[in-house]
Design a protein around this ligand. Structure first.
Ligand code: PLP
Length: 388
């Protein structure tokens, strides 16, 4: 018998398969609505001007990436400290009680996916409250969530989230699931710009979710892949996370700089675990270090250096915020334009308001479960593609 005879042939990842097919296609007006990456008016990837500057230009501080004194030594296991501490300030807020009281632990990860994985691995080892480990995932969610949790032996369970009838949030279903789940359940929450629906709770709804989570002692597993992309404002998009910290919900946050810094391939991210006190945070950090050591030894330098420069330099930080407003502004303008074309110009029957009510790069419609992305190419809307 051949050694790998029983290894079944797996289908290729649909998104990356689509990207390969897109690259191979010679059609002039081709459009790729698959992968969740920002494109400019020319349908091209956008290197943020601030990233270019941090990488190549001479700054007053001289701490640029072309600086020849930088070597290629290993980073510490938990990553570049200047990066992780600034990243924690960015999502939790510099005045967060978790930061002030030194009970937030931050570890640099392989972008958001790596943060999700490390967090899942940590929970699979140490979250021992409810028998067989489970995590509640919104229905629908980023398809990779299911695989990430299954990989470490955590069973994904759906909670109601999207309602195709209203093309909006099934708030009652969501709250009901929180109330009916056993105490100390783990709920994965998209911090903003929900993938794949573009449907986010309002701040009042988030507050109600936090209240139930406190009452039921649930654990919040925040995935934050789009800070700044939803509203164009980094602080606004961090509102839910910060509110939960203030209310004392036990939580962690997976943070990605792929989209908001346009550093997709550089794999820059962080995992922040907020504990109830500094002593616990120390123990959590020690175990995250042990897990990280066996998984990747230590994270990569380049992207963390870029983001660290931007976050720790007041001028670059302002420029980054401007770049984020450019990206978010374009996404919002595209939504408005599509809405205008459908309603005013084409007088398409039906109600299209969900297109401007949903936020971020994704949108859902009555069919619901598909993941769809918004990209306006020139002035034409391309066909939608299922994405993930
Ligand atoms: N979480 C969500 C909800 C996402 O949509 C994505 C990317 O599409 C990620 C995490 C992780 O992305 P990355 O690993 O590129 O940071």
């Amino acid at each position: 018998k051949e050694l790998w005879q029983d290894v079944p042939l797996a289908p290729p990842d649909s998104i990356f398969k689509l990207t390969a097919a897109f690259k191979a296609d010679t059609f002039e007006k081709k459009v790729n609505l698959g992968v969740g990456a920002y494109r400019d008016d020319n349908d091209k990837p956008w290197v943020l001007p601030v990233v270019q500057k941090a990488s190549t230009h001479s700054l007053a501080s001289q701490r640029v990436l072309s600086d020849t004194s930088l070597d290629h030594e290993y980073l510490p296991i938990t990553g570049l400290a200047l990066f992780t501490s600034a990243a924690a300030n960015l999502i939790l807020g510099a005045s967060s009680p978790a930061i002030q009281e030194q009970r937030a632990v931050s570890v640099q990860t392989i972008s958001g996916t790596g943060a999700n994985h490390l967090a899942a691995l940590f929970l699979s080892r140490f979250y021992k409250w409810n028998g067989a480990p489970q995590i509640y995932l919104s229905n629908p969610t980023w398809a990779n969530h299911h695989a990430i949790f299954k990989n470490v032996g955590i069973e994904p369970v759906d909670y109601p989230y999207y309602d195709p009838k209203t093309i909006g949030l099934d708030f009652n279903g969501f709250i009901g699931a929180l109330q009916n789940a056993p105490e100390r359940s783990v709920f994965l929450l998209h911090a903003c710009a929900h993938n794949p629906t573009g449907v986010d709770p309002t701040s009042e709804q988030w507050a109600a979710v936090a209240d139930v989570m406190i009452a039921k002692k649930h654990y919040a597993f925040f995935d934050c892949a789009y800070q700044g992309f939803a509203s164009g404002d980094l602080d606004k998009d961090a509102w839910a996370v910060r509110h939960f910290v203030e209310k004392g919900v036990a939580l962690l946050v997976c943070q990605s700089f792929a989209k908001n810094a346009g550093l997709y391939g550089e794999r820059v991210g962080a995992l922040h675990v907020v504990s109830s006190n500094e002593e616990t945070a120390g123990r959590v950090k020690s175990q995250l270090s042990v897990l990280q050591r066996s998984e990747i030894s230590n994270p990569p330098t380049y992207g963390a250096r870029v983001v660290s420069l931007i976050l720790n330099d007041a001028q670059l930080f302002e420029e980054w915020k401007e770049d984020i407003r450019t990206m978010a502004g374009r996404i919002i303008a595209m939504r408005k334009e599509l809405h205008r074309l459908l309603t005013e110009e084409l007088k398409t029957p039906g109600n299209w308001d969900h297109i401007i009510e949903q936020i971020g790069m994704f949108r859902a419609d009555r069919s619901g479960a598909n993941e769809r992305e918004l990209q306006l190419h020139g002035n034409q809307w391309g066909a939608e593609q299922a994405a993930g």
